[in-house]
Design a protein around this ligand. Structure first.
Ligand SMILES: [Zn+2]
Length: 133
């Protein structure tokens, strides 16, 4: 009688999933911590504007745009991490979500949250996998 696997994919044995999982959780904690810090900064900037009035309107708008962009990137990063943790829980971690091929161990060690193999990342219109570096 043949073994029947619950998942069509086997768990990768060439990557250290517990370590990668710990990395993901640490990164998530850092991002959440940063989010709290910037929430405080935002409040401070607002106060300065009204009481001191040092920032020009242009500076204020630029500042705000930068903060929103930072926040957006952080949310994307958090979503990637959450998704990677879900894939670990479902024994699908380490496989490209697009083509199903194994993601290179080296790529995962550099970016444990990446959902795409290098091929798919290269062809993706907007790669949610890897932030530009
Ligand atoms: Zn792929």
């Amino acid at each position: 009688m043949n073994l029947v696997y619950a998942s069509p994919m086997d768990t990768r044995t060439d990557i250290d999933i517990p370590t990668l999982k710990a990395d993901l959780k640490r990164e998530r904690a850092t991002l959440l911590h940063d989010a709290e810090l910037t929430a405080g900064e935002r409040a401070t900037v607002k106060l300065d504007q009204t009481t001191v009035g040092r920032l020009t309107r242009m500076d204020a708008l630029q500042n705000q745009a930068m903060q929103l962009e930072t926040e957006r990137r952080r949310e994307v990063a958090l979503a990637r991490i959450e998704a990677a943790l879900v894939r670990i829980a479902q024994d699908e971690y380490g496989y490209c979500v697009s083509c199903g091929e194994e993601i290179a161990a080296k790529r995962l060690s550099m970016d444990p949250a990446t959902p795409l193999c290098i091929e798919c990342a290269a062809h993706a219109v907007h790669d949610t996998g890897t932030p530009p570096s």
